[in-house]
Ligand binder design. Structure first.
Ligand SMILES: [Zn+2]
Length: 229
């Protein structure tokens, strides 16, 4: 899912392109795609692919290979997924990441954090800081975990993606708990095929977290988010 437009300074654009954690993020200088599955590789223009864990709804080695062949992009993946990419992606372009890693894509930084998704072997989440200092937390399939409070206080997130379904144990409530812990300016309910569950998430936020704006995304649509002022 490509984004043709270029965001202005202090802004990013994003597209949610499947019912899982598949998100393209475009900053003024770089384009990142996270957990690409169920998306056409044709004309995809990305500088980096980020992979959170090895489950089929997040990790498609042949698609990663196709995107890489076209773009020569960097691939940063959790340890389990990275091992499976060793024969596919050249070593100098494959970055095996773990909690605490930091990856630079031009002037965009990606910090690798914990992901509370027990069925996966070595799951990670990503904190993306644009060149303008706009902060995005892509929590992959995570359930809430206590350290999210510290991450929220440290980073002052503009945008947090909150899983509200499909992954074991997740619900609109666990998604809202992520928003409660991380306190972003904008929270996005994703990883679901259920519009009703996204709506439930929005209702919990409205009732309990009135300072957090809820952005219910439609698959394939481009959204613009600007930096906290
Ligand atoms: Zn998933």
């Amino acid at each position: 899912m490509s984004i043709e437009q270029v965001p202005s300074k202090n802004e990013i654009l994003f597209v949610w392109f499947n019912h899982y954690a598949g998100v393209t993020i475009k900053t003024p200088s770089e384009t990142l795609i996270i957990d690409p599955v169920d998306v056409k590789s044709k004309n995809l223009n990305v500088d980096a692919i980020l992979i959170s864990h090895e489950h089929y709804d997040h990790f498609d080695p042949s698609l990663i290979s196709e995107i890489h062949k076209q773009t020569k992009c960097l691939v940063a993946a959790d340890q389990t997924s990275a091992k499976r990419l060793r024969n596919i992606i050249p070593a100098e372009k494959l970055n095996e990441v773990q909690i605490g890693s930091e990856v630079k894509i031009g002037d965009v930084s990606v910090k690798v954090e914990k992901c509370n998704h027990p069925p996966a072997a070595t799951p990670v989440s990503f904190i993306i800081t644009s060149e303008d200092g706009l902060k995005i937390f892509h929590t992959a399939d995570s359930l809430p975990f206590p350290e999210m409070t510290v991450l929220g206080e440290r980073e002052k997130f503009d945008l947090v993606f909150c899983t509200v379904g499909i992954a074991p144990g997740t619900s609109p409530q666990t998604g809202a708990d992520i928003a409660r812990l991380t306190k972003p300016r904008v929270a996005v309910p994703y990883h679901t095929g259920s519009a009703a569950d996204q709506k439930k998430f929005a209702e919990i936020l409205k009732r309990e977290l009135p300072k957090v704006n809820c952005l219910i995304p439609e698959v394939g649509k481009i959204y613009q988010v600007s930096k906290r002022t």
